[in-house]
Design a protein around this ligand. Structure first.
Ligand SMILES: [Zn+2]
Ligand SMILES: [Zn+2]
Length: 145
């Protein structure tokens, strides 16, 4: 039995058998700070679709260190430190960064660029995908699970 999308580390496994609800290339400063990458490939799943086999093994910390009360928590493995997912305290989404969280990036292509800020000085993306200053305008946050 294999899952459609799966990742994690040796201690904590995550998977989804449903399609993600949004996949983008994120240009925001929070992702940059957390991942150390110029852009971050981000996949949103409905909260209930991304399953975790060992929730107790997660270490949780605010995703945005400057916004300790923000809804997103970065969950890492308390054993080996691997980033496992971002969990939404409001129960709407769970977020995977495929190349850091054990997923196959190729199977989850980003459809647009999010949070691109011209004033930050980075060159505009020129791969033909739409570029937005936030999430895509038609993105709708799911209801809390
Ligand atoms: Zn971001
Ligand atoms: Zn681990």
């Amino acid at each position: 039995m294999s899952n459609k999308y799966a990742g994690g580390c040796d201690h904590i496994h995550t998977h989804s058998n449903n399609e993600p609800i949004d996949i983008h290339t994120c240009h925001c400063s929070v992702c940059k700070g957390v991942t150390g990458q110029d852009t971050t490939h981000v996949v949103f799943f409905n909260h209930g679709d991304l399953k975790v086999d060992n929730l107790d093994g997660l270490k949780r910390q605010p995703f945005n260190a400057k916004n300790q009360d923000g809804p997103l928590e970065l969950c890492t493995c308390s054993d080996c430190g691997t980033p496992i997912m971002l969990d939404d305290k409001e129960g709407r989404i769970r977020v995977i960064v495929p190349n850091l969280m054990g997923y196959d990036s190729e199977s989850l292509p980003a459809t647009y660029h999010a949070f691109y800020d011209e004033s930050a000085g980075a060159p505009a993306p020129d791969d033909g995908r739409p570029v937005y200053e936030g999430l895509r305008p038609d993105f709708v946050w799911p209801e809390p699970a």
